[in-house]
Design a protein around this ligand. Structure first.
Ligand SMILES: NC(=O)c1ccc[n+]([C@@H]2O[C@H](COP(=O)([O-])OP(=O)(O)OC[C@H]3O[C@@H](n4cnc5c(N)ncnc54)[C@H](O)[C@@H]3O)[C@@H](O)[C@H]2O)c1
Ligand SMILES: O=C(O)C(=O)C[C@@H](O)[C@H](O)[C@H](O)COP(=O)(O)O
Ligand SMILES: [Zn+2]
Length: 362
């Protein structure tokens, strides 16, 4: 039998939805209350399908369930692979009443969500995230999309799910490197808005690296709570929501430079947050001791601490120039005023940016 540990809502008026966190949910939790019609299309990938597809099917009793299985990897988060979802929907005659269910990590979630935003001008979808990163971040908030060779997540839509089902048991099969990648986004919440959570993480980060269930449940709940609050306040990133991008301006540049896949998203964000902390010191906002506190957590989460081999200051500057936060050609960065308090600025001194880049390139 399953156990629901925590439940919270993303409060978006009539588009509000629940995040259900528990153990043993895959295989027995009934998701049909969030399915309007009779058809469900599960979108998953070749790694996750053998592990969890049959259990996910069981969450839709009485519905006609079809499946699209995508190739696995960030490098497939593109137009060609997205089209496989539309092929599957059309070949199986899915109508406007279908519900798409994303079963997998953030790549599957972002693509299935984008397909749901586009198919027949928009159909509902459900998130069933199976990586730590997707459970604490990508399944919540409705950002969906794909990459472009020239920039990360450059094509997409805001499309909120009907529900998010988080079965923490699925993390038992996750490779350690993916656990670390997820921890980067967990640490992010402490750095941007939750100083007490940062203190909690300092106490429990080793348990999280070891995937200890009690610590994991708490970290996932507190992360989802933080993200849900920010999204409810600013769904489409008119302002506040951009703080969820801490470390991502540098991180997305790293991912694009590395060709999507050699560096995991969470790894790039981990290094990117160190760079943002370093720049926050140079801007006179946080102390070197604050920066070192952040760096110690990143190190204990076993994340990389320097930019990829060979990546230059010019590589960073040209890749960051296409960041979606930029306005009127000005680079906008998320920095910290204090630990637990992030802000967005286009006024960082060019000399400080240059010094930070040079401190992290090899
Ligand atoms: N939409 C958002 O708000 C948002 C937020 C953060 C990240 N993202 C996006 O999410 C993506 C990263 O997501 P990710 O870190 O989950 O990567 P991922 O989706 O590539 O999954 C990581 C790896 O783990 C495998 N996997 C998934 N679940 C597993 C399980 N339970 N056991 C074993 N293996 C499993 C996957 O097949 C893959 O190989 C990036 O594309 C990033 O841009 C989006
Ligand atoms: O939900 C958000 O908002 C985020 O920024 C969360 C990020 O962790 C995530 O990587 C997101 O996909 C980045 O979005 P982008 O708009 O910078 O592409
Ligand atoms: Zn991210």
């Amino acid at each position: 039998m399953h156990k629901v540990l925590r439940e919270l809502d993303v409060d978006l008026g009539e588009r509000s939805y629940p995040i259900i966190i528990g153990q043993g949910l895959l295989g027995s939790f009934d998701l049909t209350p969030w399915v309007a019609g009779n058809q469900v299309m599960i979108v998953t990938n070749e790694t996750v399908a053998p592990l969890y597809l049959e259990k996910a099917r069981a969450c839709f009793p009485g519905k006609t369930v079809d499946v699209v299985t995508l190739p696995d990897g960030e490098k497939y988060k593109d137009w060609q692979t997205l089209n496989l979802i539309f092929d599957g929907l059309l070949e199986n005659r899915h109508t406007r009443k279908t519900t798409i269910a994303a079963l997998g990590g953030g790549v599957v979630g972002d693509m299935a969500g984008f397909a749901a935003a586009c198919y027949q001008r928009g159909v509902p979808f459900i998130q069933i995230p199976t990586t730590l990163l997707s459970q604490v971040d990508s399944s919540v908030g409705g950002k969906t999309g794909i990459n472009h060779p020239l920039g990360k997540n450059m094509v997409g839509a805001f499309h909120q799910p009907q529900a998010v089902l988080i079965d923490t048991d699925s993390l038992a099969t996750l490779p350690p490197r993916e656990v670390s990648a997820g921890l980067a986004e967990v640490i992010k919440y402490g750095l941007i808005r939750e100083e007490p959570f940062l203190g909690w993480l300092e106490q429990h980060i080793d348990e999280l690296v070891r995937l200890e269930p009690a610590a994991l449940g708490e970290a996932i709940y507190r992360s989802c709570l933080c993200k849900a609050e920010v999204v409810a306040l600013d769904e489409k990133e008119g302002g506040l929501r951009a703080i969820l991008n801490l470390g991502h301006t540098f991180g997305h540049a790293i991912e694009t430079y590395a060709g999507y896949g050699n560096w995991l998203h969470g790894e790039a964000v981990g290094t990117g947050m160190l760079m943002a902390a370093d720049l926050s010191v140079r801007e006179g906002n946080i102390t070197p001791a604050d920066r070192d506190r952040a760096a110690e957590l990143i190190r204990r989460a076993r994340l990389p601490e320097l930019a990829p081999e060979g990546m230059t200051e010019d590589d960073f500057m040209s890749l960051m120039a296409v960041d979606k936060k930029n306005v009127d050609g000005k680079l906008r960065l998320v920095l910290m005023k204090a630990l637990g308090y992030a802000y967005v600025t286009d006024e960082a001194a060019p000399g400080n940016i240059q010094a930070t880049l040079n401190a992290f390139i090899r």
